[in-house]
Design a protein around this ligand. Sequence first.
Ligand code: HEC
Length: 243
Amino acid sequence: MKAINKLWMLALLIAMPAVAIASGAEVHLDKAPVNLKDQVSLQRGAKLFTSRCLACHSASYMRYNRLKDVGMTEEQIKKDLELPEDVKLGSTMQAAMDANSAKLAYGVAPPDLSVIARSRSADWLYTYLRSFYVDNTRSTGWNNTIFDKVGMPHVLSDMQGEQTLKVESHEGHETRKLELTTPGSMKPAEYDSAVADLTNFLVFMGEPAKLVRYDLGLIVLGFLSLLFVLVYALKKEIWKDIH
Ligand code: HEC
């Protein structure tokens, strides 16, 4: 009885990530250390996002005052994020650059990032923001191993430094490696951790209700297992006289 219940739970747990895997491309993605319970990380991510990404991207579903959910006071939101006087706490995060000028400058309009973690996944974002390399054939001077010919320049290169792509061929098998050729203001581990914070924030932004849904998920799973036990007992009861 117990074993069957466990098996059933296992099948359910296995089926869920399979859906996510099926939608991904065949590139190697690094695992993003996302932790939505880490408020300090989310706050650091929010600061990076507003100071480095809002120049071009909007987050039209995200209001500044929602940052109270990650433990920031109104004062902190205004001061730490250096909000201009005319920006209200209740307003959504709008790009400084309008979409048309951005399109002229980069060839593609920078997409809204409100739900980017849902369309691209946390691992993709974490890998993407660490995979820019110098490419002088591009007008921006940058390319990206998981987003070939990307229109976005490496806006965090002062922190990460400059990477160069090294392609090695072994018996027809090509390996592509990124090498840090000019160091930035951060050590690689520090940069990874800053990008982890930023990714964490992008995930939070795409799904602020996730903070609550963790517990809801457990309740639902608990309910389903209880239902299973009851239905199984009922089945035994019904069939016991028939055999
Ligand atoms: C200078 C303008 C600019 C800044 C600043 C900028 N981006 Fe971009 N970003 C772009 C452009 C342009 C694209 C579209 C690239 C393309 O489709 O080729 C883009 C694309 C992206 C994408 C891929 C979207 C997709 O699914 O196609 C992500 C993710 C992204 N940016 C994240 C960020 C983050 C996070 C930051 C802050 C660290 C940031 N960007 C800062 C210009 C910018």
